[in-house]
Design a protein around this ligand. Structure first.
Ligand SMILES: NC(=O)c1ccc[n+]([C@@H]2O[C@H](COP(=O)([O-])OP(=O)(O)OC[C@H]3O[C@@H](n4cnc5c(N)ncnc54)[C@H](OP(=O)(O)O)[C@@H]3O)[C@@H](O)[C@H]2O)c1
Length: 332
């Protein structure tokens, strides 16, 4: 497994990270033992970057990771944790809180649940519109000084916020959605990150399974995010799955699976982009890891682009109400 430095002063991480969100209910039920086995398999394969959020299953995801890491060396793992999203006992999302006092409170609970004395990369999950980013960054910088967190990252913010945040304290990465069908960051956010030397940890590289080659129409149910995500809805999903079939033809030519091609495409967009794969089963993880062996030539990239042109997907990447909270989606 290759590694890279996240930013000039950032930690060294594997060039693929494991996102653990799907292990805590966001994509419907997940098998606990299989989730832990998947984390172990990822670490054994050389993945060092594990991503979570305190709101994934309201603490469930952090406790799961803690259990998976209990026989592992803490110093071999880079834990990336998001905070700030507010949820009710029914799981309903109710806004964001990035006030300094709230951050210290979130962090105290996360450290307990994770069973650790520090978090490697700590980041607000979204911009809290009621709190200037400088205030949030100041509180996080104090927590770095105190040794509770090692580095600060950002998530789903736009260029202006990135610049303002980086002026207060070094940012080691921007976590943001980036895939063959979510390419909005290419216009402005990615160039800003590059100008500031901030790598991107890309999530949703398979568009939450939609472009994995395994998705079947109507497979989402219950609390699965995909049950209400626009791209999975009737009227959009057929268009999107037709694009996946076009991609499958390119993958077949290349001797790869659709998921491997989609992950390899993200990785090929720059050495400063680390795909976070959302596998929650060992077979899916093994498939994702196979993407590392795929080298895409200029002709391959052109064939992929022809199969899945930049703006061909039908539907937004989030429901409208959620997009409204996203600083990264604000058009200036
Ligand atoms: N900062 C943010 O706002 C934000 C938002 C969302 C996620 N994230 C982070 O990014 C991570 C990855 O996001 P994501 O889970 O949406 O990513 P993803 O990799 O696009 O989607 C993961 C889903 O794709 C399906 N899949 C099919 N084949 C796969 C394969 N070979 N490898 C992996 N998954 C495969 C799986 O669903 P089935 O298991 O149902 O087959 C899996 O749950 C999350 O776990 C989380 O840590 C961050």
């Amino acid at each position: 497994m290759k590694t890279i430095n996240l930013g000039k002063a950032g930690p060294v991480v594997s060039t693929i990270g494991l996102g653990c969100m799907g292990m805590s209910g966001m994509y419907g039920p997940a098998d606990r033992a299989e989730s832990i086995a998947t984390i172990h398999a990822a670490l054994d394969a050389g993945i060092t970057l594990l991503d979570t959020g305190d709101f994934y299953g309201m603490g469930h995801n952090e406790m799961l990771i803690s259990e998976a890491l209990k026989d592992r060396r803490r110093e071999n793992v880079v834990l990336s944790v998001k905070f700030g999203a507010l949820r009710g006992p029914d799981g309903v999302w109710s806004g964001y809180d990035s006030r300094p006092a709230a951050i210290r409170n979130f962090l105290a609970y996360s450290l307990q649940r994770l069973g650790t004395d520090h978090i490697d990369i700590y980041r607000p999950s979204r911009l809290d519109p009621a709190v200037p980013i400088e205030e949030t960054m100041g509180a996080l910088a104090d927590l770095v000084k105190a040794g509770y967190i090692r580095h600060i990252g950002l998530s789903e913010v736009g260029s202006e916020t990135i610049r303002r945040a980086a002026a207060v304290h070094p940012i080691v990465d921007l976590q943001i959605e980036y895939s063959l069908i979510s390419r909005g960051i290419e216009d402005d956010i990615l160039p800003t990150c590059r100008a500031l030397g901030i790598p991107v940890t890309a999530y949703g590289v398979l568009s939450r399974g939609l472009i994995s080659g395994h998705w079947r129409k109507g497979a989402a149910n219950g609390g699965d995010f995909r049950a209400f995500s626009p791209r999975f809805q009737d009227g959009n999903v057929d268009t999107n799955l037709a694009l996946v079939e076009a991609l499958r033809r390119v993958a077949d030519e290349k001797g790869a699976t659709v998921a491997q091609l989609a992950i390899a495409w993200v990785a090929a967009q720059g050495v400063d982009i680390v795909p976070l794969v959302g596998a929650r089963r060992r077979d899916r993880l093994a498939e994702a890891l196979g993407a590392q062996k795929i080298v895409l030539s200029a002709a391959d990239l052109a064939a992929i682009e022809a199969a899945l042109p930049r703006d061909a997907a039908a539907g937004e990447r989030y429901p409208v109400a959620m997009l409204a909270h996203m600083d990264s989606e604000k058009r200036t």
